[in-house]
Design a protein around this ligand. Structure first.
Ligand code: 13P
Ligand code: SF4
Length: 313
């Protein structure tokens, strides 16, 4: 089947099965285009919490589908590729977090949504890049915090809020590899282009940025600055699809990654996000598989910090 035949068949299956297709902004363009809703991590969790569809198909990575399942235990939650993981979520195992907690009595555990259900079950409040600043700011000033797993985001939040935070040493392999030299060169070549960076980027990139925000915040910035002709983008390039749709005449300049010896790829795509294809989405809806399951006891614990986040957002 061609992509347009697949897209048509997917829409038909979704209608027949009363299913909702949700896609993250880092999905392939053709997957975003066939979805009922697209969003960042927070928006996907919010949409999952309020949908009345019987089936949720989460076109994203595993922790996103797991979060939807925790919020909607009675619904069938599908993911087109069960192997779509996240290097950041993998950097924090529940047993290690548990030991870290034991070593820091009195600390509140704030976990990025990019974590497994077991890690969320050990967490006080879940955050995403959209709401981390607001949530940490709302805590008492003298409340010590354990923040994980993204070190760059944690450092940024700690600097912005002045809060005492111990920070996990994890990183997103996509956001942490933007090249500082390449960004400096792009700025020199396009001095009129603002630099938009995701807070998962390393400090040296954030220092050079004009706007720091979640995927949604960066998209909103582009949408609300229609008079700006050029933007330098330091985040996963998938979101540029939606940016370009909103501003067809704007020049979007992605910051290239550092060149690693032996690695030829010059793009900043998350290979886990790109595992989802139209064909896999079609098969997933047709066969209602693979289905995401979360242990009931873990889910009951994990939903508490996720609900806290949704209330505080
Ligand atoms: P947001 O969707 O919160 O911007 O996070 C980016 C990300 O890396 C998702 O995996
Ligand atoms: Fe994980 Fe980074 Fe991919 Fe997001 S972009 S899913 S944080 S590896």
């Amino acid at each position: 089947m061609t992509n347009s035949e697949l897209a048509k068949a997917i829409r038909q299956l979704a209608a027949d099965k009363h299913a909702v297709i949700m896609a993250h902004y880092y999905q392939r363009a053709e997957v975003q285009d066939v979805a009922d809703c697209i969003g960042d991590s927070l928006a996907l969790a919010q949409q999952a919490a309020k949908t009345d569809a019987e089936i949720i198909v989460l076109c994203g990575v595993h922790f996103m589908a797991e979060t939807a399942k925790i919020l909607c235990p009675q619904k069938k939650v599908l993911i087109p590729d069960m192997n779509a993981g996240c290097s950041l979520a993998d950097s924090c195992k529940a047993a290690d977090l548990s030991a870290w907690k034991d070593a820091h009595p009195g600390y509140k555990v704030i976990s990025y949504v990019n974590t497994s259900a077991d890690v969320k079950a050990l967490t006080d409040i879940v955050v995403t890049s959209s709401n981390a600043l607001k949530i940490v700011q709302s805590l008492p000033k003298d409340q010590p915090i354990l923040f994980g797993p993204d070190h760059n985001l944690g450092q940024y939040i700690s600097q912005m809020t002045g809060r005492k935070m111990a920070i996990w040493d994890g990183a997103c392999h996509v956001h942490s590899r933007f090249s500082v030299e390449a960004l400096i060169a792009l700025k020199r070549e396009h001095p009129d282009a603002p630099v938009l960076a995701h807070p998962e980027c390393k400090q040296a990139i954030l220092t050079l940025a004009d706007v720091i925000g979640s995927t949604q915040a960066l998209l909103n910035y582009v949408k609300s600055h229609t008079e700006t002709r050029k933007f330098i983008i330091a985040t996963e390039t998938g979101v540029m699809h939606e940016m370009q749709k909103a501003c067809p005449d704007a020049l979007l300049l992605p910051v290239p990654p550092e060149v690693t010896e032996g690695v030829g790829c010059m793009c900043n795509e998350c290979e886990y996000m790109r595992m989802v294809t139209l064909e896999k989405l079609y098969n997933c809806l047709k066969n209602e598989s693979p289905e995401v399951q979360v242990d009931e006891t873990i889910a009951k614990q994990a939903i508490v910090p996720i609900r806290r986040m949704l209330e505080m957002s």
